[in-house]
Write a new protein. Sequence first.
Length: 241
Amino acid sequence: MPKRFVVPASDFSELPHFPGDIELSEALTMAAQRLHDTNTPDSTMRVAVELAVRLLPGAEHAGISVMERDGRRRTVAWTDEIVRGAEESDAGRAPASHWDQLWHAPVVRVTDSESEDGGRPLAEAGLRSALALRLRAEKRRLTVLTAYAGKPRAFDTDATRIGRLFTAHVSLALDSATVREQLTEAMRTRDLIGQATGILMERRDIDAAEAFDSLVRASQRENVKLRDIARRIVETKRTTT
């Protein structure tokens, strides 16, 4: 997953609220619908962290982060700056032993950061409990949704069960949004290459196959992606007309 700038979820309005007496199945259905209504991976993750706070018992904050095999961790969606600061600052991460478990288990809980070894950074951020749930597992990268609370032992077995059901919906919606984004980008790239090919045909009085071969050779010679070569040609044409 490439690094992106994601607006905090607290800036994203019109998310559903779940009253205390609503059935879990209905709440999950509503959440799933809201997730699948998003158009990009960024918006899916923004909605997911806000829904996590409204859906998971005990949750007060939530974030989605990407964890690398080498221990690096970056936050890509968050409900507030407490989460972003705790997850991203060198002094604000939970002990590596906690998060390392996510490579082997789908769920990790921090019951009390003040009493657990290495939990001081979370406690200093005012986060006593954490419930981390895997969204994606790749060979060298994990995508994780983590709910936080300011009191110890905030997440019980019910919260874990609901969290796992919820993250299953988030994972599906995220995969769907990723595919849509990739298809959209592929169509844009195709159109861009088509425009560049047309410009070269006109400029050099050559046919489509020769123009495309010229793009490929330029890409290989400059070690630049084909779409970037095409974009350069199209932008140059626009600035000179």
